[in-house]
Structure formats: structure tokens, C-alpha cells
Design a protein around this ligand. Structure first.
Ligand code: NAD
Ligand code: DAU
Length: 361
């Protein structure tokens, strides 16, 4: 079995649903259920004996050690993090605690567990740390895309905390020989993304006739990857990645933010019967820029293609169409997140006894 952290978040819930659709290997999901954790994403797994949820913090070393001893996973996939750049500007503390201190405590508990394993379990074990292209900082317009050896130059408290966690993971490989893998992925989009991030926020606001807030001039470039392509890349890295190595994951889809917003408006215009005579584009509102805003990210994903034979399955055009349709079909999901009802649902549906461990720090 595998232990996934942060499995109630956007990428984590897609990863678990996808994992269990492809294999019968049991998944333990350790998640603290911050505002970003939504167990409704995984409701289709209730009663599935291949899935266990544990509410808890990756920084709770005692809890993590107990879970490792109890379940004896062959791998840990670390997706737990504070992930939103804007929140890291206003409240960096949680980012330091989870992304740096939490990753350190998780790593150390894993090191102790791993050291005590017998061969071949010891050499087959993997710690996969899911990181981001943001650790590399901002690219000039004409600069080549980030390779795995690009200099770390993070700009925000979020990316600095992720960079720090990457360094800790690499140190545990070099110092202790823990078989680690680090992946750096570009911007994900798709189902179950919290509507504070660009794509779901624009869809949700457009559907309720609210302004579409574009930071600065909207010319900043991100490199977009459909979330299920990220999940398939993570499975491939876990299966065939070389311990101690880093792999960039990306979709070769560089787009300026304003183009993304226009595409969303066009797709909504095609799909939604609306009495509004105005175009969704009329909702676009340019707002004050994000401080320290990185102007461009671009991932060079040649290494993972060459060494692990992985390529994305979706183009941006196919992925964004699926995504807009998913949010149109799941407006109740958006409403539950926006009203906070998903948290009430957690309280209603998950009594203390359902949690195998409620020790949230
Ligand atoms: P998310 O914010 O949607 O989900 C994070 C999850 O982690 C939530 O379920 C939350 O409850 C949980 N969590 C937070 N702190 C925790 C703690 N201390 N202990 C246990 N659980 C905790 O994030 P996401 O977008 O799914 O990102 C997942 C990972 O992928 C993050 O490490 C992020 O840095 C990385 N990443 C994200 C993207 C992207 O575009 N979203 C791109 C590249 C890398
Ligand atoms: O590159 C990978 C990263 O992508 C991940 O590591 C992060 O966890 C993830 O949140 C994402 O970071 P970004 O800052 O790129 O994503 P966000 O959706 O917040 O913003 C995308 C771009 O859109 C960015 O240039 C800022 C801009 N933006 C964002 C919001 C929320 C706007 O113009 N308006 C907005 O309202």
C-alpha cells in the first residue's frame, strides 16, 4: 500500500481517485483538512476497503510514525502543503509550518521507518515529494524553459517554503540514502480545484456575474497541465524514477493569463444558456498586481519523456473544455465550497469515530 499526504486537496483527490481506478493497491490518505481539504471530492470511495482516511498533520511525527508502523507502506507520496501564493503573502506562517517544518518531520519519521525495513523492502521503498516550477523563480520572455538543474530562485513565501522542502528532501537522500524522488510541476487545472486559483475562480465568478479579477496587465505566462496528466506522471515517476533524481512535469502549454480568461469566457458563452446580453468578457476587471508576481514559468519536460517515456495526454484545448464542462456540471460543488458548506458536511458525515486518529496539531 501507499501513504498519500494531502489527499483531500485538488491534486491529491484526483491522484487517489485515479490511483484506485487503475489499481487495487490500498491508499492511506493523511490530511489535516485545512480550508483546502474537501472530503466530498472522495465521497465515491466511501465503503471502499482499498481506501483509508486519517485526519492529521504531516508535522505530527508521532502520528506519522504510528501510521507507518501500522500500515507498512511501500511508498509515501507527499502532496500535503499550503499551496496558494496570495495566501502566503498575507499569512506566511502556515506555509513555514507545513511546507518546511511539516515536510522535515514527515521525512524524519519516514527515515526511521525505512531504516528498520528488511531488504528488499528497503531498496524498493520510495519517498515522492511533489514540488513546483515556482521554486525556479521568474523567466525572461525569451529564456529557455526550466530544466531540472535550473538555479533555485523563489519569489514568494510559498515558493521559498517549497524550495526549502526540496532541499531537505535532497539532503535526506544525500546524507541518509533515503530513496527520494522530487517532481516539479507547472500549473495544474481540472476538477476539484479550490476556486481561489485562476481557472476555477474565473469560471465561478463568471457564472455568478461577478468581476473577473486579472492581476496587473494579465500578460504573465503560466505553463498549464491537466491534473490527470500530472497524476499519470507521478505514477510513472513512482514506478520508474531513479532515487535522488528530480523530474520536471509540464504540458508545453505556455499561455498569458488574459488568454486563459478569454478562453474560459468563450467556452462559457458556447455552453451556457444565458439571458445576459453582455459578453462574459465584459466582466474582466484589471486589478492591482500581486506583489513579487513572477512574469513567466515554462517547464522543459524532456527528461521525463526521454527517461521515463511519459507525455501528457491532453492538449490545453481538450483539457480546458473538459474542465469548464466539469464546473458547469458540478455547480453544487462550487456552491458548497463558496458557502463553506463542505466543512459542515465534513462535521456531519465524519464523526470522531470515523477518524482513525483525530490528533490534529
Ligand atoms: P491544495 O491546497 O488543493 O491541497 C493541499 C492539501 O494538503 C489539502 O487537502 C490540505 O488539507 C492538506 N494539508 C495542508 N497542510 C497539511 C498538513 N500540515 N498535514 C496534512 N495535510 C495538510 O493543493 P494542490 O493544488 O492539490 O497541491 C498539492 C501539492 O502539489 C502541493 O505540494 C503543491 O505545492 C504542489 N503543486 C501544485 C500545483 C498546482 O498547480 N496546484 C502545481 C505544482 C505543484
Ligand atoms: O506553477 C505551479 C503553481 O501554480 C503551484 O505551485 C501553486 O500551488 C499553484 O497555486 C499555482 O500558482 P500560481 O500563483 O501560478 O496560480 P494562481 O492560480 O494563483 O495564479 C495563476 C496566474 O493568474 C498568476 O499569474 C496570477 C494570476 N491571477 C490569479 C488569480 C487568483 C490573476 O490574474 N487573478 C486572480 O484572481
Amino acid at each position: 500500500m501507499i501513504l498519500v499526504t494531502g489527499g483531500a486537496g485538488f491534486i491529491g483527490s484526483n491522484f487517489i481517485l485515479d490511483w484506485l481506478a487503475q489499481s487495487d493497491e490500498t491508499v492511506i490518505n493523511l490530511d489535516k483538512l485545512t480550508y483546502a481539504g474537501n472530503l466530498q471530492n472522495l465521497v465515491s470511495l466511501s465503503g471502499d476497503s482499498r481506501y483509508h482516511f486519517v485526519r492529521g498533520d504531516i508535522g505530527n511525527q508521532e502520528l506519522v510514525s504510528g501510521l507507518l508502523a501500522q500500515y507498512q507502506p511501500r511508498a509515501v507520496v507527499n502532496l500535503a502543503a499550503e499551496s496558494h501564493v496570495d495566501r502566503s503573502i498575507h499569512g506566511p506562517e502556515a506555509f513555514i509550518q507545513t511546507n518546511i517544518v511539516g515536510t522535515f518531520r514527515l521525512l524524519d519519521a519516514v527515515r526511521v521507518y525505512w531504516l528498520a525495513l528488511d531488504e528488499p523492502a528497503k531498496s524498493n521503498f520510495r519517498f515522492l515529494h511533489v514540488s513546483t516550477d515556482e521554486v525556479f523563480g521568474s523567466l525572461e520572455a525569451d529564456a529557455p524553459a526550466f530544466t531540472e538543474t535550473h538555479r533555485y530562485q523563489p519569489s514568494s513565501p510559498y515558493s521559498a517554503s517549497k524550495a526549502s522542502s526540496d532541499h531537505l528532501v535532497n539532503a535526506y537522500y544525500k546524507t541518509h540514502g533515503l530513496p527520494t524522488l522530487v517532481t516539479s510541476c507547472s500549473n495544474n487545472y481540472g476538477p476539484y480545484q479550490f476556486p481561489e486559483k485562476l481557472i476555477p475562480l474565473m469560471i465561478a465568478n463568471a457564472l455568478s456575474g461577478k468581476p473577473l479579477p486579472v492581476y496587473g496587465d494579465g500578460r504573465q505566462i503560466r505553463d498549464w497541465l491537466y491534473v490527470l496528466d500530472h497524476c499519470s506522471a507521478l505514477r510513472r515517476v513512482l514506478e520508474a524514477g531513479k532515487p535522488g533524481e528530480a523530474y520536471n512535469i509540464g504540458g508545453w502549454n505556455e499561455k498569458p493569463n488574459i488568454d486563459i480568461v478569454h478562453t474560459i469566457c468563450t467556452l462559457l458563452q458556447e455552453s451556457v444558456e444565458t439571458s445576459r446580453s453582455a459578453d462574459y468578457r465584459s466582466l474582466i476587471t484589471y486589478v492591482t498586481d500581486r506583489p513579487g508576481h513572477d512574469t513567466r514559468y515554462a517547464i522543459d519536460a524532456q527528461k521525463i519523456e526521454r527517461e521515463l517515456n511519459w507525455k501528457p495526454g491532453e492538449t490545453f484545448e481538450s483539457g480546458i473544455r473538459k474542465t469548464v464542462q466539469w464546473y458547469l456540471d458540478n455547480q453544487g460543488w462550487i456552491a458548497n465550497v463558496q458557502t463553506g458548506d463542505y466543512r459542515l458536511w465534513i462535521e456531519k458525515n465524519y464523526t470522531r469515530s470515523v477518524y482513525e486518529n483525530t490528533a490534529v496539531r
